[in-house]
Design a protein around this ligand. Sequence first.
Ligand SMILES: Nc1nc2c(ncn2[C@@H]2O[C@H](COP(=O)(O)OP(=O)(O)OP(=O)(O)O)[C@@H](O)[C@H]2O)c(=O)[nH]1
Length: 400
Amino acid sequence: MLATSSAQGYLRQVNPAWTAVLGWSADELTGRPFLNFVHPDDIAITVRETDLSTSGQSTDGFCNRYRAKDGTYRWIEWSSSSIHNGVMYCSGRDVTQRKMEQELLVAEQERLHVTLQSIGDGVITTDIDGIITSINPMGESIMGWSATEAIGKPIDQIMHLVDEKARGTVANPLIEALRQRSTIKRDLALLVRRNGRDCAITESASPIQRADGKLLGGVLVFQDVTEKRKSEAHIKYQATHDQLTLLLNRAEFERVALQLFQDARTNNNQHCILLLDLDAFKAVNDQGGHMAGDEMLKRISSLISTKLRVADSVARLGGDEFGVLLQNCPLHIAERIAGQLIEAISAYRLEWEGHTFKVGACIGLTRIFNESGSMKEIIAIADAACYRAKAAGKNQFKIG
Ligand SMILES: Nc1nc2c(ncn2[C@@H]2O[C@H](COP(=O)(O)OP(=O)(O)OP(=O)(O)O)[C@@H](O)[C@H]2O)c(=O)[nH]1
C-alpha cells in the first residue's frame, strides 16, 4: 500500500492496494486526514510515529489499525515513510492475518500460563538433558523449592525420589521418559522434600516432541497423594482388623489361611492352624460387666500376640474365639505353642474395679499341608478338635 499525504496528515494519493485492503475508493480516501481512518486506540501512537518520521527517524515495523469500509479494522505495518518538500511518502502492507495469529498465540500462552499457575498438580518442564526450565506454584509447594532456585538445575538434584518400601533412591521418571521417548506413569515412589519430610506422590512423565519427532524436552506432572494414601491405608486397616482388639478379623484370617493353604499345595510347605476359644469368659461379663469383658479380650489378645513370631497371624474370629496361623511350623512346635498359650492365658489375672478375673482356653490344632483337603475342611477339623478339648475338661488342646 503506497500513499502520499500532506505534512498536516491529509491523504493526497493512494494506490489501488488501499481499495483492495480497506474497501474505500481512492476518492473516498484522498483529501481526508488519514487519522480519520485510524483506530481510536492507535491515534496517539500514530501521531508520535508520524512526528518521528517527519523529523527523519525510521518508523520501520510500526503497526496501526485502519478502518475498512465494512467497519472492521485491518492491521497495517509501515515499512518506510519519508518527507520531501512537505509531502509525506508512506508504504505499508496488510498484516491482519499475522497479527491475529500472534494474538491467538499470546492468548494460548496466557491460558496455559494461568492453567499451570492454578492447577492442583505439580508441573515441571525440563530441556532434553533434564535441566529444569519451569516449575509451577503447586510444584514449588510440594517440593519446597522456589522456581528461581530450581530453574537451571538438574531435576535429579531437586527431586529426590525413594522407593516406598526399600527407601532406595529411584530414577526420576522424567529422565526415563526422555531416554525412552515415551510416557512413564508411577505411583509408588516417595518424594523426599527439601525439608527432609516424605510425601507420597503419583507421577506421569512425558517427552515433549515436535511434530517431526525432534525431542524438545520433557514434562513431569505429579500429585501429592499423602492424605489419600493415609485414608486408603486407614480404610484397608478397618476392613481387615477387629475394632476392639486390633487383631486381624475373620475375613482377613481366612484370606491369609487360604494363602498358606495354596503355599502348602504349591511349595510343599507345612503350616499349622489353631482355633482358640476362651473358657468361662461369660463369667467375666456377668460379674464384672461388659467393659470388664472387653478389657479381658484386649489383654488376652496382646498376650497371644506376644507368644507368636512376626510371621504368624492372629485374629479375633468373633466373641471369645481366636484363630492363629503358624507359618512354616511343624506339628510338634505348634503343640508346644498351643501349650504355652493355654498356660499364659490361664495364668493371666485381670484386676477390674477391685475384683480379679481369670479365664482359660481350649485349642483345636491341625496342620495345613499338601495333603490337606479344602480350607473349609481344615477349619472344620480344627473346630472339632477345639470342641473335643472343651468336652474333655477345658484348658487343653487337641490335635485334629
Ligand atoms: N465383653 C464382651 N463380651 C462378648 C463380646 N462378644 C461376645 N461376648 C460374650 O462372650 C460370651 C461367649 O460365650 P461362651 O463362649 O459361651 O462363654 P464361655 O463362658 O467362655 O463358655 P465356654 O466356652 O463354654 O467356657 C457371651 O457371653 C457373649 O455375650 C464382646 O465383644 N465383648
